[in-house]
Design a protein around this ligand. Structure first.
Ligand SMILES: *Cc1c(COP(=O)(O)O)cnc(C)c1O
Length: 497
C-alpha cells in the first residue's frame, strides 16, 4: 500500500515514509492510494479479540511495509491494559435506548488523543529506522489542549526523538495547562504562544515546509515530523476504534450484523470524524456522519453551503479543543470526494491561504450532503446538555462530547432518522471540571481546579483520574509565552541552529 499527497497525486511514498515525514513537501497530506475493504465476515472475525489484536489486524492493511512482528510489538506496547483504566482500552456506555458513548479517554492523559498518540511514537521510530536510519526526529506539535500532552506522554524519553509543543496561552483549560507546564522528560519542551490554535498550526506547517530549515536540520542529522493529525500515523489508529466499536456493538447484541449506525463527532481539526468516514468507506455500516461544532462553526456553514470561510471572529469557548477555524483534515476528505482531484485541492487550499475562503464544486457539495450533517451549539446549550444528561440518565460527559450529543439530537429532530447513534466521547469530564460542575450543580464553583475535581467526584460518584490528581503540587517546568511570529526563533534556539 502506497500513499499519495493530496496536492500531488503523482507523489508516491510508503507508509513508513508518510509517517516519518508527517506532511508532503508541497504542503499536501498523505492519503492511502486505496481503502482496504472489510466484509461482514471480516468484522465478525474481530469479535472476541483484544483491542491490541484488532488494531494489529486493521493496521496491517494500511502499514504493509511493517512486518507482522514490528506491528504487534507496536500495538502491544501502546494498548497495554496498565496504561488505560479500563480493560477494553475503550469503553461503550449505553445511555437511553439508542445512544452509545464510545469513551476514548481512558488512557494516560484522559483525552481521546491517547488512542493514537500512545501508538504514534512506536510507529514513528520503526518508520524512521526504515527510511532514515540514524537521523534524529524532531516532532513539532501545535495543540488546542489535548494533543500536546498526549504526544508528550507518548514521546517522553523515546530515544532518537525530540519534541516541541506550541499551545495557545489563553486557549486551554486550567487542567490542560497544568498537564503541559509540568511535563517531565528530557527530550521535551513546551512553549505557550500569544495567539490561537490556528496560529500555532500555521506556524508549525510553515516550518515543516521551509526549505532552508529543512536543509539546516539535515546537516545536523535531524528531520522534522508531526504528531498532529496531519500525520497519517495519527489517523490510522483512529480508524481502528470505530471499527472496533461496531464489532463490540454486534458482539453485545446491541445491533444486528449490517445494521446501520450514525456517528456523531465533536470536531475541530476534522481528524476524528475523518477516521469515521474512512471506516465507513472500508465497509463498516455507518449511516450519517454528524459533524458537531461549537460557536466556531466554520464546518457547519461549510457542510450547509459548500463554502469554507474562515474570515470570521474566533471564539474562546468551554470546549477549547474545538476552537479551530482551519480544519486541516478536511483536505483529505475533499481529495476523496472530488475523485482525488489534486489540482482542485491545490486551488482550494491556496485560495484558503490567500483569501481565507473557497467554494467546492456542486458534485462535492452533493457528496458532502449524502454523508454528513453539520450542527453547532453555543456554550449555554453545551452546559444545558451536560446538565440534562446527568439529571435524566446519571451520565456525566465533558464539554466537547456534549456538543456532539446536542448535534445528534438536532439531527434526529430535523430528519426523523431514528437509527442508533454512536457518540465519540473525547475527554474525561474531569479535564473540564469547572464547566461540568457549573452544568450539574447550582452552588458556587471553586477556583482551584483540584477542588473542582474533588467536588465533581463527590457529586457524580466517579473517581478523579489519578493522572490528573497527581498534577497537584508538581513543579512548573515551562512558563512564559512568546508571540506566534517568534515560533521559528524558538525552534532554532531549542535545536541550536
Ligand atoms: C482534539 C479534540 C477534539 C477535536 O478532534 P479533531 O480530530 O481535531 O476534530 C474534540 N474533543 C477533544 C476533547 C479533543 O481533544
Amino acid at each position: 500500500m502506497n500513499y499519495h499527497s493530496t496536492r500531488n497525486s503523482a507523489c508516491t511514498v510508503s507508509a513508513a515514509e508518510a509517517i516519518a515525514r508527517g506532511i508532503s513537501e508541497e504542503g499536501g497530506l498523505f492519503v492511502p492510494e486505496t481503502l482496504p475493504q472489510l466484509t461482514m465476515d471480516d468484522l465478525c472475525a474481530l469479535a472476541g479479540k483484544s483491542y491490541a489484536e484488532r488494531a494489529g489486524r486493521i493496521l496491517s492493511l494500511f502499514l504493509t511495509d511493517f512486518s507482522e512482528e514490528e506491528l504487534s510489538r507496536c500495538v502491544d506496547s501502546a494498548y497495554s491494559p496498565e496504561k488505560f483504566d479500563c480493560e477494553g482500552i475503550t469503553q461503550l456506555s449505553k445511555v437511553g435506548e439508542e445512544t452509545y458513548f464510545l469513551e476514548l479517554w481512558h488512557g494516560p492523559t484522559c483525552a481521546f488523543k491517547d488512542m493514537a498518540l500512545q501508538l504514534l511514537p512506536h510507529l514513528m521510530t520503526v518508520s524512521a529506522e526504515k527510511t532514515a536510519p540514524g537521523e534524529e526526529i524532531v516532532v513539532l506539535t501545535a495543540t488546542s489542549g489535548d494533543t500536546g500532552k498526549a504526544a508528550m506522554e507518548g514521546f517522553k524519553d523515546v530515544p532518537g526523538t525530540r519534541m516541541l509543543v506550541f499551545y495557545p496561552e489563553d486557549g486551554v483549560s486550567p487542567m490542560q495547562k497544568l498537564q503541559m507546564t509540568t511535563q517531565e522528560g528530557g527530550n521535551l519542551s513546551v512553549c505557550a504562544i500569544q495567539g490561537n490554535f490556528d496560529a500555532a498550526q500555521s506556524g508549525v506547517k510553515k516550518l515543516f515546509t521551509d526549505p532552508a530549515m529543512i536543509r539546516e536540520l539535515k546537516e545536523k542529522g535531524m528531520r522534522f515530523s508531526s504528531a498532529n493529525s496531519i500525520n497519517w500515523g495519527r489517523l490510522a489508529p483512529q480508524i481502528v476504534y470505530y471499527i472496533s466499536a461496531y464489532v463490540t456493538l454486534m458482539e453485545k447484541g446491541e445491533i444486528l450484523p449490517g445494521e446501520e449506525v450514525n456517528v456523531a463527532v465533536p470536531t475541530g481539526n476534522f481528524g476524528n470524524i475523518l477516521a469515521a468516514f474512512y471506516a465507513k468507506r472500508m465497509g463498516v455500516p455507518f449511516g450519517t456522519l454528524i459533524c458537531a461544532s461549537n460557536e466556531n462553526n466554520v464546518l457547519t456553514d461549510f457542510l450547509d453551503a459548500g463554502i469554507y470561510d474562515r474570515n470570521r471572529p474566533f471564539y474562546t469557548t468551554l470546549s477549547p479543543s474545538m476552537d479551530i477555524l482551519i480544519s486541516s483534515n478536511l483536505e483529505r476528505l475533499l481529495y476523496e470526494l472530488s475523485g482525488r482531484d489534486d489540482e482542485a485541492v491545490r486551488e482550494w487550499f491556496s485560495l484558503l491561504a490567500e483569501e481565507g475562503e473557497y467554494e467546492v464544486s456542486d458534485e462535492v457539495k452533493d457528496r458532502l450532503a449524502d454523508e454528513f450533517f453539520g450542527s453547532c451549539c453555543g456554550d449555554d446549550e453545551t452546559l444545558e446538555t451536560i446538565g440534562r444528561l446527568f439529571k435524566e440518565y446519571g451520565y456525566l460527559c465533558d464539554t466537547h462530547t456534549a456538543v456532539a450529543v446536542k448535534a445528534a439530537e438536532d439531527y434526529r429532530e430535523s430528519t426523523g432518522d431514528e437509527r442508533k447513534v454512536l457518540i465519540a466521547s473525547t475527554a474525561s469530564p474531569f479535564k473540564f471540571s469547572g464547566s461540568v460542575l457549573q452544568a450539574i450543580s447550582d452552588g458556587p464553583v471553586p477556583e482551584n481546579p483540584f477542588e473542582q475535581a474533588e467536588r465533581l467526584s463527590a457529586l457524580s460518584g466517579l473517581p478523579v483520574p489519578p493522572s490528573l490528581r497527581a498534577l497537584q503540587g508538581k513543579p512548573v517546568r515551562f512558563d512564559g509565552s512568546i508571540p506566534a511570529e517568534r515560533m521559528e526563533e524558538a525552534v532554532r534556539s531549542l535545536l541550536t541552529l
